[in-house]
Design a protein. Structure first.
Length: 196
């Protein structure tokens, strides 16, 4: 089971707990890193200093918070493994998606082709204006319009992936989602996954 919330559910843990049942809900203290941790029912409810967590424990549900960065869900139904990642610009540059997949392969003997990656609602290239100073080395994932530079985080993160899907919603355009770029909000929505 996996899902993404909107601004109306946000990260309301009571509502989330209803959806995941008796499973322990585990989130992260996200720091824009490429750190990936393995968790289970004995892990803390908030894993510190990481931006991706993975598990094969059926008694837990994993959550990732976002408000423009990409909330990413990983599902391997063959091995019963799942994961979540927080892919902002910095984590994306550091390869958080591929590092999470590699960790699932190493820890759970997953096969890369069996890991389905779902990119949730996030800021898209239509709205993600950046400065020239932050795109050095990643110019191929930018486009220019009216003298402005826009970064395509989806193209960056899906490069080389085969088994993935992208939810097309732009959080900055759609007011059903929290957007830091639009509102400078501290509120977040989330993505949640657990093994069936």
């Amino acid at each position: 089971m996996h899902f993404f919330t909107d601004r109306f559910t946000g990260v309301d843990e009571k509502k989330l707990q209803v959806r995941v049942g008796k499973r322990k809900l585990i989130f992260m203290n996200q720091i824009h890193s490429a750190n990936v941790e393995v968790v289970d029912k004995n892990s803390t409810s908030i894993v510190s200093k990481t931006d991706a967590i993975i598990t094969t424990d059926k008694d837990v549900a994993l959550g990732v918070r976002a408000a423009d960065c990409i909330p990413v869900i990983f599902v391997d139904k063959v091995r019963g493994a799942v994961g979540v990642a927080h892919a902002g610009r910095v984590g994306s540059y550091k390869g958080i998606i591929k590092k999470t997949i590699r960790k699932m392969v190493d820890e759970f003997t997953c096969k890369e082709k069996d890991i389905h990656v779902i990119f949730g609602p996030s800021i898209k290239k239509c709205c993600y204006e950046v400065g020239i100073e932050v795109v050095e080395g990643f110019e191929e994932f930018t486009c220019k319009e009216n003298g402005k530079i826009y970064l395509d985080l989806i193209a960056l993160n899906t490069q080389g992936l085969e088994n993935f899907e992208v939810i097309s919603t732009c959080t900055c355009c759609d007011k059903n989602y929290f957007s830091y770029r639009r509102d400078a909000t501290k509120e977040r929505f989330c993505g949640v996954v657990c093994t069936s």
